[in-house]
Design a protein around this ligand. Sequence first.
Ligand code: NAD
Ligand code: GLY
Length: 367
Amino acid sequence: MKDIRVNLKKYPYHIIIGRNTIKFLPALLKKLSIGKDACIITNPAIKKRYGSSVSRLLRAAGFSDKFIVVADSEKSKSLACAWRVIRNLAAYDKNKRIFIVALGGGVIGDLSGFIASVYKRGVGYIQVPTTLLAQVDSSIGGKTAVDLKEAKNLIGAFYHPRLVLSDVNFLKTLPKRQIKSGLAEVIKYGLIKDKRLFSFIENRYRDILSADTASLEYIVAASAAIKAKIVSLDEKEEKGIRTLLNFGHTIGHAIEAAGGYLRYNHGEAIALGMVFAADLSQRLRLLNQQAFKRIVELIKDSGLPVSARNISLQKVLNAHYRDKKFRGKRNRFVLINAIGEAKIKEGIPLKLIKKSLQKILLPAYLL
Ligand code: NAD
Ligand code: GLY
């Protein structure tokens, strides 16, 4: 079992990672002392699989539990859904000391964190992430959000959980496409900060894809340690440190948007964004050809896309310009000097950006 600390001034918190760590839930909650009445936000599929065991653990330790179930869809990250959950919470919350448990993937985590941040001007919540993506990324760092039709994650706040409890045993039931999606973020951590993690994935991608729990425990812990350190140094993305986590995301988000959020899931779009960013790094003579080849090879081995068909380059560029992180007229990308070493570059000529986009956005006849 690994215990990683996110060092924040006001509410530092722990990320507990391992196999069957869920059994520590009651003891960890008692130590936190955040309430007696657990409101568990989840979706029907996760409740069916894991609801009764979580409920048993809580009740046996004297906590009460109430499940609030939302649809299994990105559409649950909406103000309408948050409103329905909040009404439900308010009706239930009479003479209670409630706290929120986000039991699920990134959708549940982002929605629950958002609700926890606004209900009664903030109630305590914990993250119990059940997807690889949520365990390595979305459950850590306090970015909470719901979507608007204009763009994803447009309404939200930084509001940190009091605990992240990651049990890699949950990942045994995760569909392979979701493992691959989370793996894209793990590759990102390797590329920006940890060449040993990158090599580990090169050697063990088959085990990871078949949900070998020892391999998963290693990559979740290595990724969480990197994210925890970055968030501790630059909680609100103001110092150019947390920005490094956006490697592959600038164009990845634009590809997700250009594909109407249907064609590629988050990790698949990020994989394409990472190939773009690595190609651009090579064009700017930051990254050598051998490293570039290793990156493309690993993304392919991980079952993630390295090129996309029938996505318009102009659509991707337009989505990129609309990105909430785009700084005026000056573009800004996270690039790499080598595997494990990232840097931020601004004002890159459009001609080069287009060339790197052409590398990943192939016309149909080339595939
Ligand atoms: P998700 O939450 O939609 O989960 C993916 C699918 O896996 C769902 O169908 C879910 O029901 C299923 N699932 C979850 N756990 C399971 C399990 N143990 N066994 C079987 N099935 C299981 O998707 P996700 O990839 O976890 O999260 C994506 C969301 O995360 C997006 O909304 C994205 O914007 C957000 N995100 C947030 C941050 C952040 O910092 N807050 C970072 C990255 C992504
Ligand atoms: N997922 C990027 C961040 O949390 O900053």
